[in-house]
Design a protein around this ligand. Structure first.
Ligand SMILES: [Zn+2]
Ligand SMILES: [Zn+2]
Length: 141
């Protein structure tokens, strides 16, 4: 994705596109799998961990990214596909590979919508299946 598109994406979410924010979003967008803070840190050597974390927190507040816990209980971040406001109906199942520790989006398998009792407001929903990804299965057999 081009920088111009990233800027547009951020603005559509009500986020002022600073160079750091563009960089973090670009890294997430260009990655096929969801990333943890540590993954991002390793990919973005030019930015320190606390700046990346601050940026991610801001993204979360604006629904520009979604977060879920992977098989280790570590938060993974992925880009929200919706333009502008997100109604959280795009929730899907994730698969966590216990061999290579990557998370995969199962975009076609939706998390069923559920009604919470009154007064409860969800911030994140984690639905993770653990196992082996196709690559690891091939490698380990
Ligand atoms: Zn794997
Ligand atoms: Zn996903």
């Amino acid at each position: 994705m081009e920088t111009e598109e990233i800027v547009h994406k951020l603005e559509a979410k009500g986020i002022k596109p600073t160079s750091n924010r563009i960089l973090v979003m670009k890294t997430l967008v260009n990655e096929q799998n969801p990333l943890s803070l540590k993954d991002l840190e390793q990919k973005m050597v030019s930015m320190d961990k606390s700046s990346i974390f601050r940026t991610l927190t801001l993204f979360l507040e604006h629904d520009a990214v979604h977060a879920f816990e992977d098989g280790r209980g570590i938060l993974n971040y992925e880009v929200c596909e919706e333009e502008g406001e997100c109604d959280h109906h795009d929730g899907h199942i994730h698969f966590y590979c216990e061999s290579c520790h990557r998370s995969f989006c199962m975009e076609d398998i939706h998390i069923p919508s559920f009604e919470l009792p009154e007064g409860f407001y969800p911030h994140s929903v984690s639905f993770v299946i653990k196992g082996e990804c196709p690559e690891c299965r091939k490698r380990l057999r």
